[in-house]
Design a protein around this ligand. Structure first.
Ligand SMILES: CC(C)(COP(=O)(O)OP(=O)(O)OC[C@H]1O[C@@H](n2cnc3c(N)ncnc32)[C@H](O)[C@@H]1OP(=O)(O)O)[C@@H](O)C(=O)NCCC(=O)NCCS
Length: 357
């Protein structure tokens, strides 16, 4: 990496004073608490060495980031002397993620967007964080035995989320920063059409809600009880959700997860999504991929309100209903339902892994 920016053997800098850093990052009181917590993590033995501009552009392009976003991120790469506050934050977020490598359980709220007043450099922060951990997570993938195509496909989710953020705000950024920390901790992989995360039921923000109460889970047996190892299934936006692509993905993921995240028993994979709202079956035609996807799952009783998810994933807009227009059959059905005062649900389902192998 000939154009890397070396940052080794730094003496403490004046700019590392937390108050100064907080002010430089325009952080409010909540942000200041976040900064203090991050600052309590010791820096890792391997210092942060950001790829240089040329290598950064190569990586971001391969991770499917739109060209405007690549240009923004490369133009605002922070350096320890040039941008001590952003560099400090980057070092500390990397330290936090390296300490959590392989571990679920990091709170969603611990990865806030930086204030808009920081402009393009602040918007690019989470792209820079992916660059900061790129070599670490690639090394972890190699150590775990994640195949190279899966490793690249996994990290290329960045491009999807940068494109979503650009489409909804017109600015470079990552729409849901916490989400990318799963990839950066090597606890989520993308296998063909679907993504999979590793976690234990009932533990941490990765665990699905609703889930069975303890007595019902106990009756259902091993694999579905609190603390049992499972996989979370996630559906990235993109190509149609064809049943064949899902079957292929589930079969490969069953084998891969056993090899890279070995546990004594992992019986099921779970999914928690608006896509499992069984009202959709009455709204979409018999050839619907969403309906076919639903049919794979045993639904867990109960639901969480899902209007926000449906608005996010079907319209990418929270505008008043009379300002939304529909071009697909799902959009038409969703608008009709919401305008009639109906609501959508987020449901949890599970599928037995041995049936998918
Ligand atoms: C999952 C997904 C790929 C399914 O799309 P699909 O394979 O086309 O699904 P279906 O075959 O059931 O689609 C039936 C109809 O609904 C439309 N449709 C499906 N998902 C749609 C979406 N998210 N937004 C708008 N229209 C959608 C289809 O275009 C099709 O319309 P048509 O009948 O006018 O041709 C799609 O919903 C998507 O990209 N979602 C975003 C990611 C997501 O929601 N993940 C889960 C997060 S919890």
């Amino acid at each position: 990496m000939s154009d890397a920016v070396p940052t080794q053997a730094r003496a403490p800098r004046l700019g590392e004073h937390l108050d100064q850093i907080r002010a430089g990052l325009h952080l409010d009181a909540t942000g200041a608490a976040w900064l203090s917590e991050l600052a309590s993590f010791p820096l890792p033995v391997t210092p942060l060495v950001l790829p240089g501009p040329r290598r950064s552009a190569e990586i971001l392009e391969r991770l499917a980031c739109p060209p405007e976003a690549v240009a923004d991120a490369v133009a605002t790469l922070p350096g320890p002397e040039r941008d001590p506050e952003r560099f400090f934050l980057l070092e500390r977020c990397r330290a936090r993620l390296l300490a959590g490598m392989g571990q679920p359980g990091l709170a969603r709220g611990a990865w806030p967007q930086l204030p808009k007043s920081l402009g393009v450099p602040g918007g690019c922060f989470y792209l820079h964080l992916v660059l900061a951990l790129f070599e670490d997570v690639r090394a972890e993938h190699r150590r775990l035995g994640v195949p190279d195509d899966v490793s690249w496909a996994t990290l290329a989710d960045l491009g999807r989320h940068v494109a979503i953020q650009r489409a909804s705000t017109g600015r470079t950024g990552v729409d849901e920063p916490w989400w990318m920390t799963l990839h950066l901790r090597a606890i989520l992989i993308e296998v063909g059409r679907l993504q999979y995360s590793t976690f234990r039921l009932g533990e941490g923000p990765e665990s699905p809600l609703p889930w069975y109460d303890d007595a019902a889970a106990e009756r259902l047996g091993e694999g579905l009880r609190p603390g049992d190892a499972t996989l979370g299934i996630h559906i990235p936006a993109g190509e149609p959700l064809s049943p064949a692509a899902c079957a292929q993905s589930l079969a490969r993921a069953g084998e891969l997860s056993a090899a890279i995240w070995p546990v004594a028993t992992r019986r099921v994979a779970t999914c928690c999504s608006w896509l499992l709202d069984d009202q959709l079956a009455g709204m979409l035609g018999p050839s619907s991929n969403i309906v076919a996807f639903q049919q794979r799952f045993v639904l867990v009783p109960g639901a969480v309100e899902g209007d926000h998810d449906v608005r996010t994933f079907v319209f990418r807009s929270m505008a008043p209903l009379d300002q939304l227009s529909a071009t697909t059959s799902l959009q038409r059905a969703v608008l009709t339902h919401l305008r009639a005062g109906g609501h959508f649900l987020r449901r949890t389902g599970w599928v037995a892994l041995d049936e998918e192998a």
